[in-house]
Design a protein around this ligand. Structure first.
Ligand code: UGA
Length: 450
Protein backbone atom coordinates (compact mmCIF):
# COMPACT_ATOMS: atom_id res chain seq x y z
CA UNK A 1 0.00 0.00 0.00
CA UNK A 2 2.88 2.35 0.72
CA UNK A 3 3.64 2.49 -3.02
CA UNK A 4 0.21 3.99 -3.73
CA UNK A 5 -0.12 7.24 -5.59
CA UNK A 6 -2.54 9.78 -4.21
CA UNK A 7 -4.08 12.95 -5.59
CA UNK A 8 -5.30 15.68 -3.26
CA UNK A 9 -7.67 18.20 -4.83
CA UNK A 10 -7.32 21.57 -3.08
CA UNK A 11 -4.44 22.78 -0.94
CA UNK A 12 -6.12 24.70 1.87
CA UNK A 13 -5.56 23.82 5.54
CA UNK A 14 -7.01 20.37 4.98
CA UNK A 15 -5.60 19.52 1.55
CA UNK A 16 -2.05 20.74 1.95
CA UNK A 17 -1.67 19.25 5.43
CA UNK A 18 -2.98 15.87 4.24
CA UNK A 19 -0.75 15.99 1.16
CA UNK A 20 2.35 16.96 3.14
CA UNK A 21 1.80 14.29 5.82
CA UNK A 22 1.08 11.48 3.34
CA UNK A 23 4.10 12.45 1.23
CA UNK A 24 6.23 11.45 4.22
CA UNK A 25 4.50 8.13 4.72
CA UNK A 26 5.90 6.47 1.61
CA UNK A 27 3.28 7.68 -0.86
CA UNK A 28 3.66 9.79 -3.97
CA UNK A 29 1.23 12.66 -3.59
CA UNK A 30 0.01 15.10 -6.21
CA UNK A 31 -1.29 18.32 -4.62
CA UNK A 32 -3.63 19.97 -7.11
CA UNK A 33 -4.11 23.73 -6.74
CA UNK A 34 -5.65 25.91 -9.47
CA UNK A 35 -4.73 29.27 -7.86
CA UNK A 36 -1.32 30.26 -9.39
CA UNK A 37 -0.15 32.29 -6.36
CA UNK A 38 -0.89 29.48 -3.96
CA UNK A 39 0.65 26.90 -6.30
CA UNK A 40 3.82 28.99 -6.63
CA UNK A 41 4.14 29.29 -2.85
CA UNK A 42 3.90 25.49 -2.51
CA UNK A 43 6.42 24.98 -5.31
CA UNK A 44 8.80 27.18 -3.33
CA UNK A 45 8.35 24.91 -0.32
CA UNK A 46 5.89 26.81 1.81
CA UNK A 47 2.20 27.07 2.54
CA UNK A 48 0.33 30.29 1.82
CA UNK A 49 -0.98 30.32 5.41
CA UNK A 50 0.67 29.86 8.79
CA UNK A 51 0.50 26.37 10.26
CA UNK A 52 3.14 25.01 12.65
CA UNK A 53 5.40 22.37 11.10
CA UNK A 54 3.78 22.43 7.68
CA UNK A 55 6.45 24.30 5.71
CA UNK A 56 9.12 21.86 6.87
CA UNK A 57 7.07 18.94 5.55
CA UNK A 58 6.22 20.68 2.28
CA UNK A 59 9.83 21.57 1.48
CA UNK A 60 11.13 18.11 2.45
CA UNK A 61 8.40 16.47 0.33
CA UNK A 62 9.41 18.58 -2.67
CA UNK A 63 13.06 17.78 -2.14
CA UNK A 64 12.56 14.03 -2.08
CA UNK A 65 10.08 14.15 -4.95
CA UNK A 66 7.14 12.56 -3.10
CA UNK A 67 5.10 15.78 -3.06
CA UNK A 68 4.21 17.05 -6.52
CA UNK A 69 2.36 20.37 -6.70
CA UNK A 70 0.43 20.84 -9.92
CA UNK A 71 -2.65 22.52 -11.32
CA UNK A 72 -3.33 19.61 -13.64
CA UNK A 73 -5.98 16.94 -13.14
CA UNK A 74 -4.72 15.28 -16.33
CA UNK A 75 -1.21 14.90 -14.87
CA UNK A 76 -2.28 13.61 -11.46
CA UNK A 77 -5.52 11.64 -11.51
CA UNK A 78 -4.73 9.01 -14.17
CA UNK A 79 -1.73 7.91 -12.04
CA UNK A 80 -3.62 7.75 -8.78
CA UNK A 81 -5.03 4.92 -6.67
CA UNK A 82 -6.97 7.28 -4.43
CA UNK A 83 -8.19 10.84 -4.99
CA UNK A 84 -9.05 12.91 -1.90
CA UNK A 85 -11.37 15.84 -2.54
CA UNK A 86 -10.32 18.62 -0.14
CA UNK A 87 -11.78 21.62 -1.95
CA UNK A 88 -13.47 24.49 -0.13
CA UNK A 89 -17.14 24.51 0.83
CA UNK A 90 -17.96 28.14 1.67
CA UNK A 91 -21.49 29.20 2.55
CA UNK A 92 -24.10 30.90 0.41
CA UNK A 93 -25.57 34.23 1.55
CA UNK A 94 -28.56 32.29 3.00
CA UNK A 95 -26.24 30.15 5.16
CA UNK A 96 -26.56 26.96 3.11
CA UNK A 97 -23.41 25.21 1.85
CA UNK A 98 -22.02 26.32 -1.47
CA UNK A 99 -21.07 23.10 -3.28
CA UNK A 100 -19.81 24.70 -6.49
CA UNK A 101 -16.21 23.55 -5.91
CA UNK A 102 -17.29 20.06 -4.79
CA UNK A 103 -19.15 19.38 -8.03
CA UNK A 104 -16.67 21.22 -10.25
CA UNK A 105 -13.84 19.07 -8.83
CA UNK A 106 -15.85 15.84 -9.21
CA UNK A 107 -16.83 16.72 -12.76
CA UNK A 108 -13.26 17.51 -13.78
CA UNK A 109 -11.91 14.42 -12.01
CA UNK A 110 -14.51 12.27 -13.76
CA UNK A 111 -12.69 12.90 -17.05
CA UNK A 112 -9.58 11.10 -15.79
CA UNK A 113 -10.65 8.61 -13.11
CA UNK A 114 -9.78 4.96 -13.66
CA UNK A 115 -12.51 2.49 -12.60
CA UNK A 116 -10.39 1.18 -9.72
CA UNK A 117 -9.47 4.63 -8.36
CA UNK A 118 -11.28 5.52 -5.15
CA UNK A 119 -12.77 9.03 -4.90
CA UNK A 120 -12.80 9.98 -1.21
CA UNK A 121 -14.56 13.12 -0.01
CA UNK A 122 -12.74 14.85 2.85
CA UNK A 123 -14.40 18.26 2.52
CA UNK A 124 -17.33 19.05 4.81
CA UNK A 125 -20.53 18.56 2.83
CA UNK A 126 -24.21 18.42 3.76
CA UNK A 127 -25.73 14.98 4.15
CA UNK A 128 -26.94 13.77 0.75
CA UNK A 129 -24.06 15.32 -1.25
CA UNK A 130 -22.18 12.05 -1.76
CA UNK A 131 -25.22 10.45 -3.32
CA UNK A 132 -25.38 13.33 -5.83
CA UNK A 133 -21.68 12.99 -6.71
CA UNK A 134 -22.23 9.25 -7.22
CA UNK A 135 -25.11 10.09 -9.58
CA UNK A 136 -22.80 12.47 -11.47
CA UNK A 137 -20.28 9.63 -11.85
CA UNK A 138 -23.02 7.26 -13.04
CA UNK A 139 -24.26 9.84 -15.57
CA UNK A 140 -20.73 10.17 -16.91
CA UNK A 141 -20.18 6.38 -16.93
CA UNK A 142 -17.43 6.65 -14.31
CA UNK A 143 -17.16 3.40 -12.37
CA UNK A 144 -14.90 4.70 -9.59
CA UNK A 145 -16.18 4.05 -6.06
CA UNK A 146 -17.05 7.06 -3.89
CA UNK A 147 -16.59 7.18 -0.13
CA UNK A 148 -16.95 9.80 2.57
CA UNK A 149 -13.87 10.24 4.79
CA UNK A 150 -14.50 13.50 6.68
CA UNK A 151 -11.66 15.31 8.39
CA UNK A 152 -11.47 16.51 11.99
CA UNK A 153 -8.21 18.45 12.07
CA UNK A 154 -8.19 21.87 13.73
CA UNK A 155 -6.23 24.83 12.42
CA UNK A 156 -3.21 25.54 14.58
CA UNK A 157 -2.69 21.82 15.19
CA UNK A 158 -3.41 20.50 11.67
CA UNK A 159 -0.22 18.49 11.24
CA UNK A 160 -0.41 16.68 14.57
CA UNK A 161 -4.18 16.14 14.17
CA UNK A 162 -3.49 14.43 10.83
CA UNK A 163 -0.69 12.28 12.24
CA UNK A 164 -2.69 10.99 15.19
CA UNK A 165 -6.38 11.26 16.01
CA UNK A 166 -9.27 10.00 18.10
CA UNK A 167 -11.05 8.53 15.11
CA UNK A 168 -11.34 8.45 11.36
CA UNK A 169 -14.76 7.97 9.80
CA UNK A 170 -15.28 5.99 6.61
CA UNK A 171 -18.72 5.92 4.97
CA UNK A 172 -19.81 4.25 1.78
CA UNK A 173 -21.07 1.13 0.13
CA UNK A 174 -17.94 -0.26 -1.45
CA UNK A 175 -16.05 -2.01 1.35
CA UNK A 176 -12.96 -2.62 -0.81
CA UNK A 177 -12.72 1.11 -1.46
CA UNK A 178 -13.04 1.83 2.27
CA UNK A 179 -10.32 -0.72 3.02
CA UNK A 180 -8.01 0.82 0.40
CA UNK A 181 -8.29 4.24 2.06
CA UNK A 182 -8.01 2.80 5.58
CA UNK A 183 -4.78 1.07 4.52
CA UNK A 184 -3.30 4.44 3.57
CA UNK A 185 -3.92 5.84 7.04
CA UNK A 186 -2.87 2.64 8.79
CA UNK A 187 0.43 2.80 6.93
CA UNK A 188 0.80 6.56 7.61
CA UNK A 189 0.43 5.80 11.35
CA UNK A 190 3.64 3.79 11.25
CA UNK A 191 5.49 6.92 10.06
CA UNK A 192 3.67 9.42 12.25
CA UNK A 193 6.31 9.93 14.90
CA UNK A 194 9.10 10.36 12.34
CA UNK A 195 6.96 12.85 10.40
CA UNK A 196 6.27 14.83 13.59
CA UNK A 197 10.00 14.96 14.28
CA UNK A 198 10.65 16.24 10.76
CA UNK A 199 7.98 18.89 11.32
CA UNK A 200 9.56 19.83 14.66
CA UNK A 201 6.39 19.00 16.58
CA UNK A 202 5.94 17.01 19.81
CA UNK A 203 4.26 13.68 19.12
CA UNK A 204 1.82 11.97 21.46
CA UNK A 205 -0.05 8.97 20.06
CA UNK A 206 -3.85 8.88 20.22
CA UNK A 207 -6.27 5.98 19.83
CA UNK A 208 -6.50 6.19 16.00
CA UNK A 209 -9.87 4.42 15.85
CA UNK A 210 -11.37 3.65 12.47
CA UNK A 211 -15.17 3.75 12.39
CA UNK A 212 -17.06 2.42 9.37
CA UNK A 213 -20.59 3.66 8.77
CA UNK A 214 -23.01 4.38 5.94
CA UNK A 215 -22.34 7.20 3.47
CA UNK A 216 -25.06 9.43 4.90
CA UNK A 217 -24.02 8.78 8.50
CA UNK A 218 -20.40 9.72 7.71
CA UNK A 219 -21.52 13.01 6.18
CA UNK A 220 -23.76 13.76 9.14
CA UNK A 221 -21.11 12.80 11.72
CA UNK A 222 -18.81 15.53 10.47
CA UNK A 223 -21.32 18.37 10.64
CA UNK A 224 -22.82 17.08 13.88
CA UNK A 225 -19.39 16.97 15.53
CA UNK A 226 -18.66 20.59 14.66
CA UNK A 227 -22.16 21.66 15.64
CA UNK A 228 -22.05 20.10 19.08
CA UNK A 229 -18.72 21.82 19.75
CA UNK A 230 -20.28 25.13 18.65
CA UNK A 231 -23.26 24.35 20.88
CA UNK A 232 -20.98 23.79 23.86
CA UNK A 233 -19.31 27.17 23.28
CA UNK A 234 -22.64 28.98 22.98
CA UNK A 235 -23.90 27.22 26.08
CA UNK A 236 -20.82 28.38 28.00
CA UNK A 237 -21.38 31.91 26.67
CA UNK A 238 -25.03 31.90 27.82
CA UNK A 239 -23.91 30.85 31.29
CA UNK A 240 -21.20 33.55 31.15
CA UNK A 241 -23.88 36.20 30.63
CA UNK A 242 -25.73 34.85 33.65
CA UNK A 243 -22.52 34.65 35.71
CA UNK A 244 -21.84 38.33 34.92
CA UNK A 245 -25.21 39.27 36.43
CA UNK A 246 -25.22 36.77 39.30
CA UNK A 247 -21.67 37.35 40.52
CA UNK A 248 -20.19 33.96 39.55
CA UNK A 249 -17.03 33.18 37.57
CA UNK A 250 -17.78 31.19 34.41
CA UNK A 251 -14.26 29.71 34.38
CA UNK A 252 -14.84 28.24 37.83
CA UNK A 253 -18.28 27.05 36.76
CA UNK A 254 -16.93 25.31 33.63
CA UNK A 255 -14.01 23.81 35.56
CA UNK A 256 -16.56 22.51 38.03
CA UNK A 257 -18.88 20.95 35.49
CA UNK A 258 -16.05 19.88 33.17
CA UNK A 259 -14.62 17.68 35.92
CA UNK A 260 -17.63 15.44 35.37
CA UNK A 261 -16.33 13.08 32.68
CA UNK A 262 -19.82 12.77 31.21
CA UNK A 263 -19.62 16.47 30.35
CA UNK A 264 -15.89 17.12 29.76
CA UNK A 265 -14.10 20.48 29.96
CA UNK A 266 -13.26 20.93 26.26
CA UNK A 267 -15.00 23.65 24.24
CA UNK A 268 -16.59 25.24 27.29
CA UNK A 269 -14.39 28.34 27.19
CA UNK A 270 -16.63 31.38 27.22
CA UNK A 271 -15.46 34.53 25.50
CA UNK A 272 -15.98 36.51 22.32
CA UNK A 273 -17.56 33.54 20.53
CA UNK A 274 -16.43 31.15 17.83
CA UNK A 275 -15.22 32.17 14.39
CA UNK A 276 -13.29 30.61 11.53
CA UNK A 277 -14.02 28.84 8.30
CA UNK A 278 -15.84 25.91 9.93
CA UNK A 279 -18.17 26.40 12.91
CA UNK A 280 -20.15 29.41 11.63
CA UNK A 281 -20.77 27.86 8.21
CA UNK A 282 -21.29 24.33 9.49
CA UNK A 283 -23.93 25.50 11.98
CA UNK A 284 -25.75 27.53 9.32
CA UNK A 285 -25.32 24.66 6.86
CA UNK A 286 -26.89 22.20 9.30
CA UNK A 287 -29.81 24.55 9.89
CA UNK A 288 -30.29 24.84 6.11
CA UNK A 289 -30.07 21.06 5.63
CA UNK A 290 -32.66 20.61 8.39
CA UNK A 291 -35.02 22.95 6.56
CA UNK A 292 -34.49 20.97 3.32
CA UNK A 293 -35.82 17.94 5.20
CA UNK A 294 -38.49 19.96 7.10
CA UNK A 295 -36.63 19.55 10.38
CA UNK A 296 -36.43 22.73 12.45
CA UNK A 297 -33.07 22.70 14.26
CA UNK A 298 -34.03 25.42 16.74
CA UNK A 299 -31.25 24.42 19.09
CA UNK A 300 -28.66 25.32 16.45
CA UNK A 301 -30.44 28.58 15.65
CA UNK A 302 -30.08 29.48 19.32
CA UNK A 303 -26.38 28.54 19.28
CA UNK A 304 -25.91 30.73 16.23
CA UNK A 305 -27.65 33.80 17.59
CA UNK A 306 -25.86 33.57 20.96
CA UNK A 307 -22.57 33.38 19.08
CA UNK A 308 -23.41 36.36 16.91
CA UNK A 309 -24.13 38.41 20.04
CA UNK A 310 -20.76 37.76 21.72
CA UNK A 311 -18.36 40.23 20.01
CA UNK A 312 -20.94 42.98 20.64
CA UNK A 313 -21.35 41.83 24.24
CA UNK A 314 -17.60 42.23 24.83
CA UNK A 315 -17.57 45.65 23.15
CA UNK A 316 -20.52 46.79 25.32
CA UNK A 317 -18.65 45.78 28.46
CA UNK A 318 -15.69 47.83 27.31
CA UNK A 319 -17.89 50.74 26.42
CA UNK A 320 -19.64 50.87 29.77
CA UNK A 321 -16.31 50.55 31.63
CA UNK A 322 -15.12 53.62 29.71
CA UNK A 323 -18.14 55.61 30.82
CA UNK A 324 -20.60 54.73 28.05
CA UNK A 325 -18.70 55.72 24.92
CA UNK A 326 -15.49 54.79 23.10
CA UNK A 327 -15.55 57.98 21.01
CA UNK A 328 -11.97 59.29 20.75
CA UNK A 329 -10.61 56.56 23.05
CA UNK A 330 -7.43 54.77 22.05
CA UNK A 331 -7.99 51.02 22.11
CA UNK A 332 -5.69 48.15 21.18
CA UNK A 333 -7.15 44.90 19.85
CA UNK A 334 -4.73 42.01 20.36
CA UNK A 335 -5.58 39.04 18.13
CA UNK A 336 -7.00 39.19 14.62
CA UNK A 337 -6.89 35.51 13.68
CA UNK A 338 -10.05 33.59 14.57
CA UNK A 339 -7.98 31.58 17.06
CA UNK A 340 -4.37 31.31 18.19
CA UNK A 341 -1.63 29.64 16.10
CA UNK A 342 -3.13 30.42 12.72
CA UNK A 343 -3.09 33.30 10.24
CA UNK A 344 -6.71 32.64 9.26
CA UNK A 345 -9.04 35.60 9.79
CA UNK A 346 -12.24 34.16 8.37
CA UNK A 347 -15.20 35.22 10.56
CA UNK A 348 -12.72 36.44 13.14
CA UNK A 349 -14.32 37.89 16.30
CA UNK A 350 -11.18 40.02 16.78
CA UNK A 351 -11.64 41.66 13.38
CA UNK A 352 -15.36 42.15 14.14
CA UNK A 353 -14.59 43.84 17.47
CA UNK A 354 -11.88 46.07 15.98
CA UNK A 355 -14.30 47.20 13.25
CA UNK A 356 -17.17 47.79 15.72
CA UNK A 357 -14.94 49.88 17.95
CA UNK A 358 -13.61 51.93 15.01
CA UNK A 359 -17.16 52.48 13.75
CA UNK A 360 -18.14 53.74 17.20
CA UNK A 361 -15.41 56.39 17.02
CA UNK A 362 -12.53 54.68 18.84
CA UNK A 363 -8.94 55.09 17.63
CA UNK A 364 -8.03 51.45 17.13
CA UNK A 365 -4.64 49.81 16.77
CA UNK A 366 -4.59 46.09 16.07
CA UNK A 367 -1.89 43.46 16.35
CA UNK A 368 -1.64 39.74 15.64
CA UNK A 369 1.58 37.67 15.52
CA UNK A 370 0.63 36.02 12.19
CA UNK A 371 -2.66 37.36 10.85
CA UNK A 372 -1.87 41.07 10.38
CA UNK A 373 -1.52 40.85 6.62
CA UNK A 374 -4.63 38.72 6.06
CA UNK A 375 -6.69 40.91 8.41
CA UNK A 376 -5.59 44.05 6.57
CA UNK A 377 -8.19 43.55 3.84
CA UNK A 378 -11.03 43.20 6.38
CA UNK A 379 -10.23 46.00 8.81
CA UNK A 380 -11.97 49.36 8.45
CA UNK A 381 -9.79 52.14 7.05
CA UNK A 382 -8.16 54.07 9.86
CA UNK A 383 -7.41 51.04 12.02
CA UNK A 384 -3.66 51.05 12.61
CA UNK A 385 -1.76 47.83 12.00
CA UNK A 386 0.75 47.46 14.80
CA UNK A 387 3.85 45.32 14.59
CA UNK A 388 4.12 44.35 18.25
CA UNK A 389 2.16 44.37 21.51
CA UNK A 390 4.22 47.34 22.65
CA UNK A 391 3.46 49.27 19.48
CA UNK A 392 -0.27 48.43 19.62
CA UNK A 393 -0.78 49.32 23.28
CA UNK A 394 1.16 52.60 23.31
CA UNK A 395 -0.89 55.37 24.99
CA UNK A 396 -4.09 53.31 24.91
CA UNK A 397 -7.06 53.74 27.24
CA UNK A 398 -7.92 50.06 26.99
CA UNK A 399 -6.68 46.75 25.58
CA UNK A 400 -8.97 44.02 24.25
CA UNK A 401 -7.64 40.46 24.02
CA UNK A 402 -9.42 38.74 21.14
CA UNK A 403 -7.25 35.65 20.58
CA UNK A 404 -5.28 33.69 23.16
CA UNK A 405 -1.87 33.62 21.50
CA UNK A 406 0.84 32.52 23.98
CA UNK A 407 2.59 35.84 23.24
CA UNK A 408 -0.35 37.72 24.79
CA UNK A 409 -0.73 35.45 27.79
CA UNK A 410 2.99 35.62 28.56
CA UNK A 411 3.42 39.37 28.00
CA UNK A 412 4.61 41.27 31.04
CA UNK A 413 1.71 43.12 32.68
CA UNK A 414 4.25 45.50 34.12
CA UNK A 415 5.34 46.47 30.60
CA UNK A 416 1.69 47.02 29.73
CA UNK A 417 1.22 49.45 32.61
CA UNK A 418 4.18 51.40 31.25
CA UNK A 419 2.97 51.66 27.65
CA UNK A 420 -0.77 52.15 28.29
CA UNK A 421 -2.30 55.48 29.23
CA UNK A 422 -5.35 53.94 30.92
CA UNK A 423 -5.74 50.80 32.98
CA UNK A 424 -8.50 48.74 31.37
CA UNK A 425 -7.90 45.18 30.13
CA UNK A 426 -10.89 43.48 28.49
CA UNK A 427 -10.10 39.79 28.24
CA UNK A 428 -12.34 38.46 25.46
CA UNK A 429 -10.73 35.02 25.83
CA UNK A 430 -10.73 34.72 29.65
CA UNK A 431 -7.10 33.76 29.22
CA UNK A 432 -5.49 35.99 31.87
CA UNK A 433 -5.56 35.45 35.62
CA UNK A 434 -7.71 38.32 36.99
CA UNK A 435 -5.72 38.45 40.25
CA UNK A 436 -2.44 38.99 38.36
CA UNK A 437 -3.95 41.78 36.28
CA UNK A 438 -5.25 43.52 39.40
CA UNK A 439 -1.95 43.03 41.16
CA UNK A 440 -0.22 44.86 38.29
CA UNK A 441 -2.51 47.82 38.99
CA UNK A 442 -4.75 47.26 35.97
CA UNK A 443 -8.52 46.82 35.80
CA UNK A 444 -9.69 43.39 34.60
CA UNK A 445 -12.92 42.65 32.76
CA UNK A 446 -13.52 39.14 31.46
CA UNK A 447 -16.57 37.43 29.96
CA UNK A 448 -18.67 35.95 32.77
CA UNK A 449 -16.08 36.67 35.44
CA UNK A 450 -17.76 39.32 37.50
C1 UGA B 1 -13.01 22.97 13.95
C2 UGA B 1 -13.09 21.60 14.66
O1 UGA B 1 -12.59 21.74 16.00
C3 UGA B 1 -12.28 20.53 13.91
O2 UGA B 1 -12.43 19.27 14.54
C4 UGA B 1 -12.80 20.46 12.46
O3 UGA B 1 -12.09 19.51 11.70
C5 UGA B 1 -12.66 21.83 11.82
O4 UGA B 1 -13.44 22.79 12.59
C6 UGA B 1 -13.18 21.74 10.40
O5 UGA B 1 -14.37 21.45 10.23
O6 UGA B 1 -12.38 21.85 9.47
P1 UGA B 1 -11.21 24.94 13.81
O7 UGA B 1 -12.33 25.74 13.24
O8 UGA B 1 -9.91 24.90 13.10
O9 UGA B 1 -11.65 23.40 13.98
O10 UGA B 1 -10.89 25.49 15.29
P2 UGA B 1 -11.46 25.21 16.76
O11 UGA B 1 -10.32 24.98 17.64
O12 UGA B 1 -12.54 24.23 16.78
O13 UGA B 1 -12.04 26.66 17.15
C7 UGA B 1 -13.17 27.22 16.49
C8 UGA B 1 -13.56 28.53 17.16
O14 UGA B 1 -14.14 28.28 18.44
C9 UGA B 1 -12.39 29.48 17.42
O15 UGA B 1 -12.78 30.80 17.12
C10 UGA B 1 -12.11 29.32 18.90
O16 UGA B 1 -11.52 30.46 19.49
C11 UGA B 1 -13.53 29.11 19.42
N1 UGA B 1 -13.60 28.40 20.72
C12 UGA B 1 -13.11 27.15 20.85
C13 UGA B 1 -14.22 29.03 21.80
O17 UGA B 1 -14.71 30.18 21.70
N2 UGA B 1 -14.32 28.35 22.99
C14 UGA B 1 -13.84 27.10 23.14
O18 UGA B 1 -13.98 26.53 24.25
C15 UGA B 1 -13.21 26.48 22.05
Amino acid sequence: MSNSTITILGTGYLGLTTAAVLSHAGFTVYAVEPNPDRLNAIKQGRSFFYEAGLDALVSAGLKNGTLIPTDSYAESIPNSDVVFSCVGTPDNPDGSSNLTYIFAAAEEAAKYLKPETVYAQKSTVPVGTGRKVMQLFTDKSVASPYISNPEFLSEGSSVLDTLTYDRLIFGGENQDAIQKVRDIFTHAETQAEATATLAGLPFKAKSNHHIIVSLESAELIKVTANSILALKISYANSIAKLADKAGADVVEVMDGIGADQRIGRAFLNAGRGYGGGCFPKDVSGLIATGLDYSVDLEIMQAAQSINESMPGYVVEKLQSALGGSVQGKKIAVLGLAFKANTSDTRRSPGVAMANTLAKAGAIVSAYDPQAGEEAGKELRPGIASATSIKDATKDTDAVVIATDWAEFKEYSLKNLTQTMKGKLIVDGMNCLEPANVKEAGLTYIGVGRS
